[in-house]
Design a protein around this ligand. Structure first.
Ligand code: SAH
Length: 398
């Protein structure tokens, strides 16, 4: 029987798993807290170092469970320090995660799906059909792998401090985020997070847990192409910062660039932003706007952008288009980007231009893509009856 990984389980599910494995029910809450601390504060990869658990408890755990993360297939490092990991999970399904170091902060760009259903015209991931949603374990696992690779656990292998009652008591003494390399998480990798709502919500609850990975919700940003009915739920149930991939100020242009606009047009999208739970001047919504030469980058469009978002506490993130093989667009000229930014800025909105990072390793915004393809029903049946090797399933020649 395959052992279950405990990564990604919510606290109550973790307790239930321990009881099911034969640990005494009475001790389960305490054991679960100890494990949680080892796994999410110290990054333990197996049960051996958990010296505050009796030997026989460790043995029972090791018999039933693992602390396996997705497998790292490759790690690439850009000449600007950006890192990209290609990860593999389950039956050879592959996806990517990117770490972007900047002075004073480090951002991890996390994927929510393998492939995507949205088909945004300028996005490389959009050319890869949806393979499947990532599980909470695979989403949380991306952060854990990055912390492993960057030695970003506070004290891997050290004895944890005494754990007190409650998973989210907010005590984070040794878990001080200020000296961490990964300070921010953005759900801006492959996929549309609001089309994988439950798993993203479960994963981000673990990422934000004060007694675990402990990233504050303000430092977690969920980016959506505009799944309007899920936006208010995201605010109420996830409570992270919100980014909207706007990219156009008129429906006819946005219909082409971000086809989900045909379902949820600008007016509805902006209304969802105005009423986003928790939005305020201290917690602004980020509007992402990719600069596409001759498509959406005229100066009247900059002025229209300002009109459109009036009333929404916002900042505008202008993203120079990142090219990919066969892309149907070009990046706007630098001079135009600056003028566009100036108009938005004069209207009182912060309008930073996002520096392209990791372009040389195809790690910049919108460049992520893996070779995984959806398993056909016939292939699945063949695999289940043992006729072909799993490694063959997710590979397709370029
Ligand atoms: N599906 C979500 C999460 C992806 S976030 C969303 O759409 O928001 C990735 C961000 O990069 C989005 O704003 C996306 O529109 C943008 N992007 C996609 N392709 C790009 C490209 N080639 N150049 C620059 N930005 C791109």
């Amino acid at each position: 029987m395959d052992k279950t990984s405990l990564i990604g389980l919510a606290p109550d599910a973790l307790q239930a798993a321990l009881i099911a494995a034969g640990l005494p029910e009475k001790a389960a809450p305490m054991r679960a807290r100890q494990l949680w601390n080892w796994v999410y504060v110290h990054g333990a990869r197996d049960f051996v170092p958990m010296t505050n658990l009796a030997k026989d408890v460790r043995a029972t755990l090791a018999d039933s469970f693992t602390l396996a993360r997705p497998q790292v297939v490759t790690e690439q490092i850009s000449n600007d320090g950006t890192r990209k990991w290609l990860l593999r999970t389950g039956l050879g399904i592959e996806f990517e995660t990117v770490f972007i170091p900047e002075p004073g902060r480090g951002t991890l760009c996390v994927s929510s799906q393998v492939g995507c259903t949205l088909n945004c015209r300028f996005c490389h991931t959009g050319t890869q059909k949806l393979v499947r949603n990532l599980t909470p374990a695979e989403i949380v696992g991306q952060l854990m792998i990055a912390r492993d690779a960057l030695s970003d656990w506070p004290s891997t292998g050290a004895r944890p401090e005494k754990v007190e009652a409650g998973f989210s008591s907010g005590r984070a003494t040794i878990n001080n985020p200020s000296n961490r390399r990964i300070t921010n998480v953005v759900m801006m990798g492959m996929g549309e997070p609001l089309y994988n709502f439950d798993n993203v919500k479960a994963a981000l609850a673990i990422v934000a847990d004060g007694d675990g990975l402990a990233l504050s919700k303000r430092r977690i940003t969920l980016s959506t192409a505009g799944v309007v009915p899920m936006i208010s739920r995201a605010g109420a149930e996830i409570g992270s910062s919100l980014a909207i991939s706007l990219h156009a100020v008129r429906d006819d242009i946005r219909d082409v660039l971000v086809p989900i606009n045909r379902k949820y047009p600008l007016k509805e999208l902006l209304e969802a932003c105005r009423t986003y739970p928790g939005v305020s001047n201290a917690r602004r919504i980020t509007f992402e706007y990719v600069m596409l030469k001759g498509v959406n980058d005229s100066l009247p469009e900059a002025r229209e952008l300002v009109r459109l978002i009036r009333g929404v506490p916002a900042k505008i993130n202008l993203i120079p288009f990142n090219p990919w093989p066969g892309a149907p667009y070009e990046c706007s000229d630098w001079e135009r980007i600056e003028k566009f930014a100036e108009i938005v800025n004069r209207a009182g909105y912060a309008s930073p231009v996002r520096t392209p990072r990791g372009r040389d390793i195809m790690a910049a915004c919108g460049q992520l893509k893996s070779e995984s393809v959806k398993e056909r029903a016939s292939a699945r049946i063949a695999r289940e009856t043992g006729e072909i090797q799993s490694g063959q399933l997710a590979r397709m020649p370029h």
